[in-house]
Design a protein around this ligand. Structure first.
Ligand SMILES: Nc1ncnc2c1ncn2[C@@H]1O[C@H](COP(=O)(O)OP(=O)(O)OP(=O)(O)O)[C@@H](O)[C@H]1O
Length: 312
């Protein structure tokens, strides 16, 4: 195994009667890396991570946690996984701290160790100030954050989050995304499922696009976009007719087209090409009035791969 590979799975398959919910799914996640499973409702995300977490039997395939085979009966692996399902598992009449204390005891944390860890976890999920309030007074997003906190108590090297921001308020959504980034920064491997393209783009180092139970493509955002041959587009608004041939000589520019007042430049990486394009435009005597950059997103990749939109 690669030295810092926390989770590796391959050939995962699960059927429910005639329905193949997950088919030949595999990926690996290193320490400190956030891997996103991006796909629409029913794509097979929950089924996949349930098999990895060891709460659902698989029909085929293998899961390795820190290099060791993992199965639903493996407590060694489960101790290394923090699994946060979509459903909340909290006691509404208890405070946030009491909930964490209860679960810390379940995990077998000693009293003193638990106290420190609970404080750390409350800070990570941004609920320190509300620690003494009953959970029934919390917003949906705060409950979701506390649920994540429960999954972190035993310091798992792998954190699995199932659509953690679905239906939460923007403030909690942001807090959740920031917590995940902090945890990854501390070396936790994160497996994150979502059908929000923006979240996958913002948070995930690598993304597996899943549809109808299969991973259709995998890579960084840029790799995925490159896979379908999509280019970044820089649009310049200029005075008068543009000098298109001058822009075509700029390194990194693949295409340029223009007409009175406007020119469009296609490039593999707009952030690299933009300064050069602007310099070339100025050198060629074009007066640039406005610049617009359009980078193709995962929505267009998903559409290209599956022929349908990520969200209906
Ligand atoms: N216990 C089950 N029995 C029968 N079918 C199931 C079961 N669990 C999941 N499925 C089906 O398997 C497919 C994959 O479902 P899964 O929940 O893994 O998708 P998902 O990508 O997580 O979607 P969602 O975001 O809606 O949870 C769906 O067609 C679903 O209806």
């Amino acid at each position: 195994m690669a030295q810092d590979e926390i989770i590796k799975c391959h050939g995962l398959r699960k059927t429910f009667g005639d329905l193949v919910a997950v088919d030949d799914v595999g990926f690996a996640i290193a320490a400190g890396e956030t891997y996103g499973l991006l796909g629409p409702n029913g794509a097979g995300k929950t089924t996949t991570i349930s098999m990895i977490a060891g709460i659902l039997d698989r029909d085929a395939g293998e899961v390795l946690v820190c290099g060791r085979p993992h199965s639903p009966s493996s407590t060694w692996g489960k101790r290394r996984i923090g699994y946060v399902p979509q459903e909340l598992a909290l006691y509404p009449d208890l405070t946030a701290r009491e909930n964490l204390r209860f679960f810390a005891r379940l995990y077998g944390l000693g009293r003193a160790g638990a106290r420190n860890r609970i404080d750390e976890v409350l800070a990570v999920i941004g609920l320190t100030e509300r620690a003494g309030d009953a959970v029934k007074e919390f917003s949906g997003g705060m409950k979701r954050r506390l649920n994540i906190g429960v999954g972190l108590l035993h310091r798992p090297p792998l954190l699995i989050l199932d659509e953690p921001t679905a239906g939460v308020d923007p403030q909690s959504r942001n807090a959740i995304l920031e917590s995940v980034a902090t945890l990854a920064g501390e070396g936790v491997a994160v497996l994150y499922t979502t059908h929000y393209m923006e979240e996958a783009e913002r948070l995930c180092d690598r993304i597996g696009i899943i549809d109808l139970g299969r991973i259709r493509a995998e890579g960084t955002r840029r790799e995925l976009v490159g896979l379908v041959g999509e280019l970044d587009r820089i649009t310049l608004t200029v005075d008068g007719p543009p000098d298109v041939p001058a822009l075509l000589t700029v390194p990194g520019v693949r295409e340029a087209t223009g007409h009175e007042g406007r020119v469009e430049v296609m490039t593999e990486d707009a952030s690299k090409a933009l300064p050069r394009v602007l310099a070339a435009a100025t050198d060629a005597g074009m007066a640039v009035r406005a610049v617009e950059v359009h980078e193709p997103n995962l929505e267009s990749v998903f559409l290209h791969l599956t022929g349908k939109a990520l969200r209906d």
